[in-house]
Ligand binder design. Structure first.
Ligand SMILES: Nc1ncnc2c1ncn2[C@@H]1O[C@H](COP(=O)(O)OP(=O)(O)OP(=O)(O)O)[C@@H](O)[C@H]1O
Ligand SMILES: Cc1cn([C@H]2C[C@H](O)[C@@H](COP(=O)(O)O)O2)c(=O)[nH]c1=O
Length: 223
């Protein structure tokens, strides 16, 4: 597969969606052209695809609603885990793999690390079981690069709450979100090549500049 899968991860309100949109605009406008030799980014040669989990497919949009509707009745943690896995299996087969074959740069809002952090560290489900389920859902497809937007869980939640409506996951208490944050910290320490930490406490502009720097380094090594 000739494309690249780049994932944005972290607790609520770290700025993933904001930065992912800024990156796609920047890439489509040719921001990385100097790192790419003859490769053209953003046009037919190397399209830029923006997607998210849950919700990157038609099925996923329905699963997302089930998972995040704040008025839904309680969902058992194992059922929650399996819904995220079902969303991912569909996403990988219907969108991610075909786009990688097509040579796309895929910018994805959350992927397998979110399941380890939220369902593993947050809900307390066995980590080994989640790794096996991630393996099944992705058929072994890992990200080429994961940006961990690191923000204090309380500050992130406050940002997310100021944005407007609060979804089912955001309603969970601070202790849950702190455990999720610990999960991302552990994953970062265990995967130093795949996961790069970005300090998300700075301004939008400063965070975007840090991400541009990381992209330049990676793309130079890839192309
Ligand atoms: N660097 C920043 N400093 C201050 N506020 C920010 C920054 N980046 C984003 N925001 C604001 O914080 C809120 C959350 O940002 P965003 O939706 O991008 O985060 P997210 O990580 O995708 O959140 P979630 O995981 O809850 O969907 C938005 O209102 C956004 O405008
Ligand atoms: C992929 C994935 C996501 N989650 C949680 C994390 C968030 O609370 C929501 C997704 O909404 P957002 O707009 O990206 O914040 O779902 C999870 O618990 N497990 C997962 O695998």
């Amino acid at each position: 597969m000739s494309g690249k899968l780049i994932v944005f991860e972290g607790v609520e309100g770290g700025g993933k969606t904001t930065q992912l949109q800024r990156c796609s605009n920047w890439l489509r406008a040719g921001g990385l052209q100097d790192c790419l030799g003859n490769v053209c980014l953003g046009n037919q040669t190397m399209p830029v695809v923006v997607t998210r989990e849950p919700g990157g497919t038609l099925l996923g949009a329905k699963v997302r609603q089930l998972l995040l509707d704040r008025d839904s009745s309680p969902i058992h943690p194992r059922a929650e885990l399996l819904l995220y896995a079902a969303d991912r299996a569909e996403h990988v087969e219907e969108l991610i793999k075909p786009q990688l074959v097509n040579g796309a740069i895929i910018l994805c809002d959350r992927y397998t690390d979110s399941t380890i952090a939220y369902q593993g560290y947050g809900r307390g489900i066995d980590l080994k079981l989640i790794e096996e389920l991630n393996q099944i859902a992705t058929a072994g497809l890992e990200s080429d690069l994961t940006l961990w937007l690191d923000i204090d869980a309380e500050i992130g939640l406050e940002r997310a709450r100021q944005r407007g409506t609060v979804d089912r996951m955001e309603q969970a208490d601070l202790a849950f979100h702190r455990r999720v944050q610990q999960g991302f910290q552990q994953l970062y320490q265990q995967n130093p090549d795949r996961i790069v930490r970005v300090d998300a406490s700075y301004s939008e502009e400063e965070v975007h500049n840090s991400i541009q720097k990381i992209f330049r380094e990676r793309f130079r090594s890839w192309f």
